[in-house]
Design a protein around this ligand. Structure first.
Ligand SMILES: O=P(O)(O)OC[C@H]1O[C@](O)(COP(=O)(O)O)[C@@H](O)[C@@H]1O
Ligand SMILES: [Mg+2]
Ligand SMILES: [Mg+2]
Length: 326
């Protein structure tokens, strides 16, 4: 089976980018080990602190963030990084060529139930003019990403990665510690009968999303004339993995309860990297108004509504938004 290195070389990745990716994945392997030890390593449960998002941090959020931060700062490849768990940009090496944004542990409420969690990251070129602590270099649209990936800590530890030449799936071979290519060039089916949304928020969604989901729920008897199935892992990394593996549509719309907060998911740490992976697999990713990867962030912790997955289903959902505008 092909190793990650060979696939990255085949996809034309520069040596320094390959070395950075390998460094990041070394951190993820350590997280994978800690996660698999669970209660034995005393890593489950919450801390007494909140992150900048106002969410109570789990012990594993803090541990994973620290592992990635230390590994990247020592690597010499990274000028600065931004993390869901850090209020400010973290300056690293002034000569580093790259910027990294990451969600160290996605779906952390799943830690207590031994369910799917993961790490999500994206890599950009660092502008030469940038001082390492300067947040303005992070406000690049997702179209500027040079790589995006997630590592899923499930029954197997899996990696989905793109450098802009397709999305490939790898599985961690724990016997020798390397990621081996298990599925090259994933292609999402354009159509699907499976959707993912937290339906308990239904009454707070915007009108187009209310209409779209009510049509799915109506099944064969409704305007879509087919039955749909619903799945919700409560970790974006798990839901997007399922969508990459067999198609589907994943949605986290804006919520009327908090008009200041445009959606729940973070553009830099969650929406952008997943959008790149989905698009490279032939899917689509939108906020309902525009392509996610074209959103120019105004803040490193910016949130966006998310609609992504199988292209024809995303298009149908977006047509509900278009009709509301008309
Ligand atoms: O509480 P809900 O509505 O099920 O939210 C689940 C969503 O929140 C998240 O867990 C947020 O991620 P974090 O665990 O990194 O904060 C997403 O992964 C997931 O899609
Ligand atoms: Mg997350
Ligand atoms: Mg997180």
């Amino acid at each position: 089976m092909k190793r990650l290195n060979s696939q990255l070389q085949q996809d034309g990745a520069q040596l320094e980018l390959i070395l950075l990716i390998r460094t990041l994945l070394a951190a993820c392997k350590e997280i994978s080990f800690r996660v698999s030890q669970g209660a034995l390593a005393g890593v489950l449960g919450s801390t007494l602190s909140e992150n900048v998002q106002g969410e109570t941090q789990k012990k594993l959020d803090v541990i994973s963030n620290q592992i990635i931060k230390d590994t990247l700062c020592e690597s010499g490849y990274v000028k600065a990084m931004s993390s869901e768990e850090e209020e400010h940009v973290v300056p690293c090496d002034p000569d580093g060529k790259y910027l990294v944004s990451f969600d160290p542990l996605d779906g952390s409420s799943n830690t207590e139930i031994n369910s799917l969690i993961g790490t999500i990251f994206s890599i950009f070129h660092a502008p030469q003019w940038m001082e390492p602590g300067d947040p303005s270099a992070f406000v690049q649209p997702g179209t500027q990403m040079v790589a995006a990936a997630y590592v899923l800590y499930g029954p197997s530890t899996m990696l989905a990665m793109t450098t802009g030449r397709g999305t490939h799936l790898y599985t961690l071979d724990k016997t020798h510690g390397g990621f081996l290519l298990t599925q090259a060039n994933i292609q999402l089916p354009q159509q699907t009968a499976e959707y993912a949304i937290n339906a308990s928020n239904q009454r707070h969604w915007d009108t187009p999303m209310q209409r779209y989901v009510s049509e799915l729920v109506a099944g064969k008897e409704g305007p879509r004339k087919k039955d749909y199935n619903m799945r919700w892992v409560a970790a974006m990394v798990g839901d997007i993995h399922r969508v990459l593996c067999r198609g589907g549509i994943f949605m986290y719309p804006a919520d009327k309860r908090n008009p200041e907060q445009t959606g729940k998911l973070r553009l830099l740490y969650e929406a952008n990297p997943m959008a790149f992976l989905i698009e490279q697999a032939g899917g689509k990713a939108s906020t309902g108004e525009r392509r996610i990867m074209e959103v120019v962030p105004t803040d490193i912790h910016q949130r966006v509504p998310v609609i992504m997955g199988s292209s024809e289903e995303v298009d149908y959902c977006l047509s509900c938004y278009e009709e509301t505008k008309a």
